[in-house]
Ligand binder design. Structure first.
Ligand code: UTP
Length: 297
């Protein structure tokens, strides 16, 4: 118990097929869909660095080009904006250059989130690491990471972020069974259970701290729900026997979660983020009010 080694690596899986968003995601990953004027993945990468993870590994898939290009410098574009005196856009572009270098590894085929995380094994090595799903935006994330890291620091092992969902939504998530200890201890997990079989209404959201033993468990985890290797199944193995990789704890996250991989939720996210923007918010909100009034006429 006590001080644990600091967590340096964050793994961001972005290799899913994004079938719910086809045909938009035929040639670009869903993580590249813009939320106003920034692709979802940029919010997540910025979150990882702000949480203090200095080594960020992107898991890319078949259409990785745009993802990788987005984080490369674009001198020609910068020169053009500079020549035009377009200071605002130049600044936005240069924000990207401030991010430390990203590493990437390719998941050969979209065999599931568990398999995506397993492709990080060599890069991460024998050290605990964070996972942030590339299509899930979380706000505010600072306090959540602080809480998760505090528990990790005290107890080691793994820490999951959970959120309460409605009965009708439990079948969309990994659902946790918890012991009523402080901090909360995960005793089991079920991926996308039917409502009757769900051990609770607490769903895993896309933020994790994982002990490196997850890799050897994943190597022995066969395909589960949907024929995919499920990260939830591997974490359940850790949760059922703390001798493998230490305890699995949970934080009930007091945050908003924006799922950009689902069309309806994506549209809501874009609208909400646009209304909050300093440069666009007022005008957009005015228009939106008029538009919705028109819908009710
Ligand atoms: P999702 O289940 O939301 O992604 O995975 P998906 O499979 O692309 O979605 P649909 O159902 O086909 O629309 C959650 C996260 O895990 C990544 C995704 O990119 C997303 O960030 N993922 C999923 C992988 O990296 N590899 C996989 O094989 C599956």
């Amino acid at each position: 118990m006590g001080k644990q080694p600091p967590i340096k690596s964050a793994v961001i899986p972005a290799a899913g097929l994004g079938t719910r968003f086809l045909p938009a995601t035929k040639a670009i990953p869903k993580e590249m869909l813009p939320v106003v004027d920034k692709p979802a993945i940029q919010y997540v990468v910025e979150e990882a660095y702000s949480a203090g993870f200095s080594d960020v590994l992107l898991i890319t898939g078949h259409n990785k080009g745009a993802l990788v290009d987005h984080f490369l410098q674009a001198p020609e574009l910068e020169q053009t904006l500079h020549a035009r005196g377009d200071v605002g856009r130049l600044r936005a572009l240069r924000e990207l250059n401030k991010l430390p270098e990203l590493h990437t590894v390719r998941q050969e085929s979209a065999r599931g989130l568990g398999d995506a995380v397993l492709t990080a094994a060599e890069h991460v090595g024998d050290a605990p690491f964070a996972v942030l799903l590339g299509d899930d935006l979380i706000e505010p994330s600072e306090i959540l990471w602080q809480q998760m890291l505090e528990i990790y620091n005290e107890f080691g092992g793994s820490v999951l972020a959970l959120m309460e969902v409605s009965d009708s939504d439990v079948s969309k998530y990994g659902i946790a069974q918890l012991s009523s200890t402080t901090p909360l201890r995960v005793t089991d997990l079920v991926e996308k259970p039917e409502k009757e079989k769900a051990p609770s209404n607490l769903a895993i959201i896309g933020r994790y701290i994982l002990s490196p033993e997850i890799f050897s468990v994943l190597r022995h985890t066969s395909a589960g729900k949907g024929g995919e290797v499920q990260l939830t199944d591997a974490i359940a193995t850790l949760a059922r026997d703390e001798r493998i990789g230490g305890p699995v704890h949970a934080v009930i996250a007091d945050v908003r979660r924006f799922d950009t991989g689902d069309r309806l939720s994506y549209l809501k996210t874009v609208v909400e983020f646009a209304t909050r923007r300093e440069d666009l918010g007022r005008e957009f909100t005015e228009w939106l009010k008029g538009f919705t009034r028109g819908l009710h006429d």
